[in-house]
Design a protein around this ligand. Structure first.
Ligand SMILES: Cc1cc2nc3c(=O)[nH]c(=O)nc-3n(C[C@H](O)[C@H](O)[C@H](O)COP(=O)(O)OP(=O)(O)OC[C@H]3O[C@@H](n4cnc5c(N)ncnc54)[C@H](O)[C@@H]3O)c2cc1C
Length: 382
């Protein structure tokens, strides 16, 4: 392993890889990614549902997604690797006036930023998403630019692009400590030796807080377990079936060939690193899904897995230099939206690290917002 680098990126998930690629594109110098597991993307990224949407409630999240969607739609030109971005759209089902008022406000903001999102009538829902029960739905939002991406395609794409640009990637290499000198980052310690560096990028996802602990700073990112279930083949799900979110139930589902992928956000889950599959959690997902898609009665469960969201108190990512120490940069805390925001996050991070103004005003994402109390919550979180 190399003995020194201009930057060490901790974490070979989608954020670490997108950041490395964008830095290498800008000829940053010697870039090293350290990943503790055997495979890249083995953390939250491999557990991800692949949803990509720009229907958020805050300007910064909408802009991050719109930039990402632009990159994903041209991924081969941008990164030199073919990765499918299936723009089947995202639909949010609204079942009461409060939800409608909140989503109408968000739609107004999204449209003002150029997103082609629509409010549609219940009678239009089944034309886009057949077999979804609509008798208790008063409206839905639909955006055709949103859709689905394959997390492993994006991992391979960014990793291939980064390696092509001479980024050094070491797997099975765990950062066990960070060296500082005079309030500045001096290097990292790993199970494979030390690397001297003036800059560490913390892209450790649900473990980001532990990297902060190594230098005595608090990073407010909590690991929260989320579960997913997939079904066997279903002949009533067309290839154009979108991502559907039942807002009231906290349930989401999208086509996952040859069936459906189902997920639900259990808001009572407490922070922990537990990623075992809880059978009760699985049953609740299936029950909620049956209520929304009665034809699932005959469906078989194909797979179930659990992974960790890397959640911040305001459900926005943290992007920027840590204030407490020179040379530590954070790109983490995406709160369940890290795949969809990674292309944009890689770009803005690389812009900041190369001394440029970021293409998006990411001031609401800076780490110092928590100390200043200037948090602005993203409420459309699944
Ligand atoms: C069930 C589920 C569904 C999801 N669905 C979606 C979705 O539809 N759309 C979406 O955009 N997002 C979704 N997400 C969120 C998304 O998966 C994450 O936001 C994203 O993958 C975070 O990427 P990351 O690179 O920050 O973290 P990770 O992928 O976890 O990568 C961090 C890496 O750092 C490594 N690491 C940690 N500590 C160390 C260390 N000390 N030394 C070396 N390496 C270390 C880890 O092994 C890991 O590989 C979902 C998440 C889950 C769990």
């Amino acid at each position: 392993m190399t003995k020194s680098a201009d930057v060490v990126i901790v974490g070979g998930g989608i954020l670490g890889l997108a950041t490395a690629y964008e830095l290498a594109r800008r000829k940053f110098g010697k870039i090293v990614i350290l990943e503790k597991e055997l495979f890249l993307g083995a953390g939250a990224t491999s557990k991800c549902a692949g949803g990509i949407r720009a229907q958020f409630t805050t300007r910064v999240n909408i802009e991050m997604s719109m930039l990402s969607e632009k990159i994903l739609a041209n991924f081969e030109d941008e990164v030199g690797y073919h990765a499918l971005f299936d723009q089947v759209g995202y639909m949010f089902l609204l079942s009461d006036e409060n939800e409608l008022a909140e989503f109408s406000k968000a739609v107004e903001l999204q449209r003002s930023l150029g997103l082609p999102v629509q409010l549609i009538e219940p009678s239009e829902i089944n034309k886009i998403a057949p077999e979804v029960r609509t008798d208790d739905i008063i409206k839905a939002t639909f955006c055709k630019n949103d859709g689905l991406a394959d997390p492993s395609d994006l991992i391979q794409g960014y990793a291939t692009g980064a390696r092509r640009l001479a980024v050094e990637i070491s797997v099975e290499t765990e950062v066990t400590g960070i060296k500082t000198s005079g309030g500045k980052i001096a290097g990292v310690m790993t199970n494979n030796g030390e690397i001297a560096t003036p800059l560490v990028v913390n892209a450790a996802g649900p473990q980001a807080k532990l990297i902060g602990d190594m230098v005595g700073i608090k990073i407010p990112v909590e690991p929260i377990r989320r579960q997913i279930v997939t079904t066997g083949a279903l002949d009533f799900i067309p290839a154009t079936f979108p991502m559907v979110v039942d807002v009231k139930a906290g349930l989401y589902f999208h086509k996952e060939s040859p069936g459906l992928l189902l997920g639900w956000a259990d808001k009572s889950v407490q922070p922990s690193f537990d990623i075992s599959v809880d059978p009760e959690y699985t049953d609740t997902i299936l029950m909620k899904a049956l209520e929304r898609v009665p034809r699932l009665e005959t469906a078989e469960v194909s797979k179930a897995w659990a992974g960790l969201y890397e959640t911040t108190p305001d459900h926005h990512a943290i992007i920027g230099y840590a204030e407490e120490i020179d040379g530590l940069f954070l790109v983490t805390g995406f709160s369940g939206h890290g795949l969809m925001h990674a292309p944009a996050a890689g770009i803005v991070t690389a812009e900041i690290l190369t001394g440029k103004n970021p293409s998006i005003d990411i001031s609401p994402l800076l780490p110092r917002r928590f100390a200043k109390g200037s948090v602005h919550e993203e409420t459309n979180v699944i």
